[in-house]
Design a protein. Structure first.
Length: 411
């Protein structure tokens, strides 16, 4: 009971982000929740330590190093200009970011694009005097929606692809989810335009010529980006050819961080200024969610939610409380025992992923974006600001996906 009350308090505090005159950061709230379940004995210290996913932590740390090096080297400004020099209005920028970041998350995994994309949109917002909230929402929605259609777009999709032994998972995911994903990316742009009509008309002026800086850190960043691209393509290739070799995400993180940390004299400055707050948030989240998991409360509820017609709703709603990856890990064995078909698996993939558009806690990538933006003084998003737009978008996304899936389902 203490764990469930703690979870409720964490949600409430993240929603208001304030106690009296005290302003709270998301990582502080989650950290307090994890500390509370530890000191009250709801989870043993050894189990709490085991609950922290070291692969995820190393992956994020490595990508944070690369993201910080991109900023410090000046190469981020070059990429910004190359990508956006023909953009003339904020509306065009939003749709461009939705498509590029969305499709990028399908290949690079959502958290990777969140780490790399957040400094970029903060930079753009500053240079163009744009409302940061609009671009942060655009990035968050793009990453969540885009990752739906790929078996490597997010961890829960990868779990579905590997644990169920899908033949040709890329083909399967694209067949069932590519069309609604593209449609939902465009739909996200229309929803954002509805809420930000004035900002959409704002003119942009990408008139400066960005020349690539010539310094050691730029060379190291380019090397790191090349290695990240190579390891990701290798990971895709392993899945495509059906090898049972599990290429860990930590290899991608190592490729991102090693050239910078090994070759740059600025390594200590980079390490001191990466987003440690977000890493603390994730460690605390793993501990609290393990404690919630151990109560058995949500496992009991899931027994009534295994009918195919409820899978989408269960994926969206329950992912807010126990996170989408544990939810999928819990549901898959039960679904397989009941003879789950492709339509159920694809619905689970879509629902557990689109959960990220409902609230800040629906996807880890949302937290990464907000924490990084706050660290860079690039604006923030409150729980209410996110759900005000995210609730409508999630409903429309879910209806569109379900409509498409039911249309192409055999029989």
């Amino acid at each position: 009971m203490i764990t469930l009350i703690t979870l409720a308090l964490v949600f409430i505090l993240i929603a208001v982000r304030r106690i009296g005159s005290l302003q709270l950061a998301i990582w502080q709230i989650m950290g307090a929740g994890a500390l509370l379940v530890l000191v009250t004995g709801q989870i043993a210290p050894a189990r709490a330590l085991a609950a922290i996913n070291g692969e995820v932590m190393l992956f994020l740390a490595g990508m944070f190093v690369l993201g910080r090096a991109l900023e410090m080297s000046g190469y981020l400004a070059v990429l910004e200009f190359k990508l956006l020099r023909r953009t003339r209005t904020a509306g065009q920028l939003v749709f461009g970011l939705l498509l590029t970041m969305g499709l990028g998350s399908a290949l690079l995994m959502n958290d990777t694009v969140a780490v790399i994309g957040t400094p970029l949109v903060v930079w753009i917002a500053r240079r163009q005097s744009l409302e940061p909230k609009l671009l942060l929402l655009t990035l968050a929605f793009a990453i969540t929606i885009g990752s739906v259609m790929s078996p490597i777009g997010n961890p829960q999709n990868l779990l579905i692809a590997l644990q169920t032994g899908l033949a040709n998972p890329f083909v399967v995911f694209l067949k069932w989810l590519a069309v609604p994903t593209i449609a939902n990316l465009l739909l996200a742009g229309l929803v954002l335009r509805f809420f930000y009509r004035k900002e959409f008309r704002q003119p942009l002026h990408f008139t400066y010529q960005a020349e690539t800086p010539h310094n050691r850190l730029v060379t190291l960043v380019k090397t790191a980006l090349g290695l990240v691209g190579f390891t990701i393509m290798l990971k895709i290739g392993v899945v495509i050819v059906g090898l049972r070799w599990d290429l860990p995400l930590t290899l991608v993180a190592l490729a991102a961080a090693l050239p910078v940390l090994a070759g740059s004299p600025q390594r200590w400055q980079i390490l001191k200024t990466i987003d440690w707050a977000t890493l603390l948030f994730f460690a605390a989240m793993f501990i609290l969610m393990q404690s919630v998991w151990d109560t058995g409360f949500f496992q009991h509820l899931l027994g009534a939610l295994l009918k195919p017609s409820y899978i989408m709703a269960a994926g969206i709603v329950l992912s807010q409380f126990i996170s989408n990856v544990p939810l999928v890990a819990l549901l898959l064995p039960a679904m397989q025992q009941s003879g789950a078909e492709i339509i159920q698996l694809m619905t689970l993939a879509a629902g557990s992923t689109l959960a990220g558009n409902l609230t800040i806690l629906g996807a880890a990538s949302n937290v990464i974006i907000i924490q990084m933006a706050e660290r860079m003084d690039g604006g923030t998003l409150t729980f209410v600001e996110f759900i005000r737009i995210g609730a409508l978008l999630t409903l429309l996304n879910a209806l569109l996906v379900m409509g498409w899936i039911m249309t192409i389902a055999p029989g």
